[in-house]
Design a protein around this ligand. Sequence first.
Ligand code: IMP
Length: 429
Amino acid sequence: MANVAVIGAQWGDEGKGKVVDWLASRAEIVVRFQGGHNAGHTLVVGEQTYKLSLLPSGVVRGKLGIIGNGVVLDPQALLDEIARVTAQGLAVTPENLRIAENVPLILPLHPALDKAREAARGEDRIGTTGRGIGPAYEDKVARRSIRLCDLAEPATLSAKLDELLLHHNSLLRGLGAPEFAKQELLDQLLALAPRLLPFAEAAWERLDAARHSGARVLFEGAQAVMLDVDHGTYPYVTSSNTVAGNAAAGAGIGPDAIGMVLGIAKAYSTRVGAGPFPTELHDEIGRGLGDRGNEYGTVTGRRRRCGWFDACLVRQAVKVGGIQGIALTKLDVLDGLEELKICTGYRIGAETLRRLPAAMGAQAAAQPIYETLEGWSGSTRGARSYAELPAAAVKYVRRIEELVEAPVVLLSTSPERDDTITLRDPFAG
Ligand code: IMP
């Protein structure tokens, strides 16, 4: 099967944008299957820099983009993003963007609840993006979401809003936040309907047709395995399944169609938001990684926490995420460091573990066990073959492969699209 799914193998921001862009240029269809406008990446195409949050990357490359049912869609955020890229000269029409008709919508009450809850948590906050992602997924599993298809049925929409507001206004009142008026929401949604419905369709049918015609499909994940609602550092996670298994359910296609699963991992670790981060560095080395790696959130603008590469954690992501090959990014950020550390396991009290346990207390207590490797004085920046890399850099990559139990199939050595060492074509299966 010549399809590819791309997922993050750490806590997000692994540099998926560049890899996804390269793969999108070789696919015919690009599908987003989870998350929402909490995601963000920057694509540089010629003179233009596109900041995408919801639009599948393929749209920039002239490919068909599909927003799958596994996404939570903020209609206003989508229309704003379309307006932004349109102003940059890109056409986004129902010709090149389709949206699953059963996608749940994010309404203004979702970010309101997200923010009110975070404020109420105080010191214990998750550090969400405040975009309403969690509350929107809660409504989906609670069976009270307004879905895109509901915009075509005003009577259904009206009845569903009653149920939704009964729930949300009670919560908002309890949190001391302003409540929402039904008529205003109904009017807003009905006004948006003619702009959104032309994009709606049974996306699964299009994917089924693609499967039969042999068209190459790229499944574009957002966030990463350690932010997965089941397998991540719960509760400091996002509210969807970010593992490749969800590409099938979140797009509406069988699991055998997913094809090769590529996991993106940074050559060190970063995290935005709160939660356990065993290899976090609070020293000059950590600050140096942040500065050289330009580690600021695309969506939040917040400075990312930085630390050593955690092979124990990436190995876990490989296993639960179904990752068959790794794209290792930002190797050049490590240039010039005298020595490098890789985490191979954790010490928790008297125990030594080769996995991050599930319990919150144990995760917080996990002390990394490090292996120290020699750094390199030469530059890896812009290298396009292994032969151009310093020997110690090759050793570092090889050791990562051994420890995470997956081959490095792509190696990115600068933000430039062509500065990539390709060891295996993911579309070749
Ligand atoms: P939410 O997805 O806004 O609910 O945020 C939950 C957690 O996921 C927070 O720690 C966020 O910082 C994190 N998060 C959400 N989206 C991204 C992303 O695209 N990159 C990195 N972290 C993210």
